[in-house]
Write a protein of this length. Structure first.
Length: 173
């Protein structure tokens, strides 16, 4: 049995992409996964796969189920518990509050020009590259930032507190 952390894109953010977490758990279980557990209403799911499916296969299965439910594609990013723990360990802003550091999970390798394409109205934000993630320190909060990161367009962001909780939930399995 393998455990996975699933991150959905654009779910329950700003009134778009409404997906009740009870429905997400049911969709995961109907797709053949077990132990589905959500964390806050923004598309975070920890689940188990009884077969030999890898993270890519888990993501594809959930993408199909979510598209049937929503009537449109829903972005799904899947990580192993070890990958989530590594994201925490590699945090380049360890002294900053977890609600002021975002991790943007990317669907593939971090582009080599990720930092070169960042544009901003400087509000003190700092961006660092990680393994299939971008780390962003928002000293004044994410909500007022003018930061633009083309490399993050297909990704999904979680603050460090949420990432830590997902690591904890996935370690309980």
């Amino acid at each position: 049995m393998s455990t996975y952390v699933v991150l959905l894109r654009a779910v329950n953010v700003g009134g778009t992409g409404k997906l009740p977490m009870a429905d997400l758990r049911r969709l995961a279980e109907d797709a053949g996964f077990t132990g589905a557990r959500t964390y806050i209403a923004s598309g975070n799911l920890v689940l188990e796969s009884d077969d030999d499916a890898d993270a890519v296969a888990v993501g594809r299965t959930l993408e199909r189920a979510l598209a049937a439910y929503a009537g449109k594609p829903v972005g799904v990013l899947v990580r192993t518990p070890a990958e989530v723990r590594r994201v925490l360990a590699d945090n380049p802003f360890p002294g900053e509050p977890g609600n002021r550091v975002a991790v943007i999970f990317l669907p593939g390798p971090t582009p080599s020009d990720a930092l070169d394409t960042v544009s901003r109205a400087d509000d003190g934000e700092e961006v660092r590259v990680g393994d299939r993630v971008l780390y962003v320190h928002y000293p004044h909060g994410m909500g007022r930032s003018k930061l633009r990161m083309p490399a993050a367009a297909a990704g999904t962001a979680r603050n460090l507190n949420t990432v830590a909780k997902l690591a904890e939930l996935s370690a309980e399995r």
